[in-house]
Write a protein that binds this ligand. Structure first.
Ligand code: KG4
Ligand code: ZN
Length: 331
């Protein structure tokens, strides 16, 4: 079964063709990130204009790379949220238009659930698993009972972890999105040089908070010179990741899990992967394969396959709405 996935939630316009939920036959991505660098963050109107220009060429290219035509496609999966409303509507309208023109079922997919699913596309982990979504917009720790069945254990009360990386990177003079550059800068620094304290959320010991850490970076930058920046970057990164590890350990005490599953752009970070491997050698780890951590359409098609099966091949109605803020876990 071939699913065409479409992604346009933020600044990446992407399409992919995936066979049976796991085999990526072809994918294409157009990014408007270089425009947003000038503004230090995503400029929604600019992102939308680029989506409009890119959406159909990206879909054509993904089909071409997969060496298939629209006739071979079984269904069209599209990220319906969460994301920027204007950006979501462009992907959703394209998917609906093609669904009518090609007479193919439409499937709405949650973008953040797809991030979590990315590492499970090739192989389903032993369940239940402890899952993390670590992206520019989300910091989630969940119990995964099965695909489509999740329980939220902890989330951030302020900034998402990727957002904290990007804001700290800006303070360190790096351009947007600064996460990958901060990781590079940290390689030259000493993570024990500055003792940033991990924040605690009184009401929920499994909740995250990164805005205090970001403010601590601001004060550290103010009283240092650029030679100290690698140490600040390394210390910030280490503090943020050790916080995740502590909370994972705490969560596992009350929610025993058989595996760790990771998704979202921050999972590109090698230090994050190394620290989790070091602290949890007893559990199997599932990380997204190359290109599947950051926003992509293969994860949308991969999860779309399971959603399509769950509707017995019917898909969703054509009045499917974009949902800029939508949880995917059971409350
Ligand atoms: O999942 P993603 O591509 O988009 C969202 O759905 O948000 O995540 C983007 C976030 C950005 O904040 C970016 O700086 C961060 O992931 N990121 C990283 C790294 N690569 C991307 N953060 C830390 N280290 C990295 N290597
Ligand atoms: Zn994302």
């Amino acid at each position: 079964m071939l699913i065409l996935g479409i992604e346009s939630t933020c600044d990446e316009t992407a399409a992919a063709v995936v066979r049976n939920g796991s085999e990526i036959l072809g994918q294409e991505t157009a990014s408007s990130a270089e425009i947003h660098q000038r503004y230090g963050g995503v400029f929604p109107e600019m992102a939308c204009r680029r989506h409009i220009d890119a959406i159909l060429p990206v879909i054509s290219s993904a089909l071409e790379k997969a060496n298939v035509t629209h006739q071979d496609i079984s269904a069209i999966a599209v990220a319906r949220g969460p994301g920027l409303i204007g950006a979501l509507l462009i992907g959703l309208q394209a998917a609906k238009g093609l669904s009518i023109a090609w007479n193919k079922p439409l499937i709405g997919v949650n973008h953040v659930e797809a991030h979590l699913h990315a590492a499970m596309m090739q192989e389903t982990p032993p369940l239940p698993a402890l899952g993390f979504v670590l992206s520019g917009g989300h910091t989630l720790m969940l119990e995964i009972s099965e695909i489509g069945n999740y329980r939220l254990l902890g989330t951030t009360v302020d900034d998402a972890i990727g957002e904290a990386f990007d804001k700290s990177a800006t303070l360190l003079g790096l351009s947007y999105p600064g996460g990958p550059m901060l990781e590079q800068l940290a390689l030259q620094g000493d993570p024990t040089k500055i003792s940033f304290s991990p924040s605690r959320v009184k009401k929920n010991p499994l909740a995250f908070s990164f805005s205090g850490l970001k403010t601590a970076v601001l004060y550290a930058v103010k009283k240092s010179t650029p030679e100290d920046y690698p140490d600040i970057a390394a210390s910030f990164q280490e503090t943020a990741f050790i916080d995740l590890i502590r909370k994972a350990r705490l969560a596992l005490q009350s929610t025993p899990c058989k595996a760790l599953v990771f998704g979202g752009g921050v999972c590109n970070n090698e230090r994050l992967r190394a620290l989790f491997q070091k602290h949890f050698p007893e559990l199997p780890h599932y990380w997204p394969s190359a290109g599947l951590s950051s926003d992509n359409a293969a994860m949308i098609a991969g999860l779309g396959y399971h959603k399509f099966l769950a509707t017995d091949g019917q898909g969703d109605p054509l009045d499917l709405e974009a949902l800029p803020r939508t949880p995917f876990w059971n409350s």
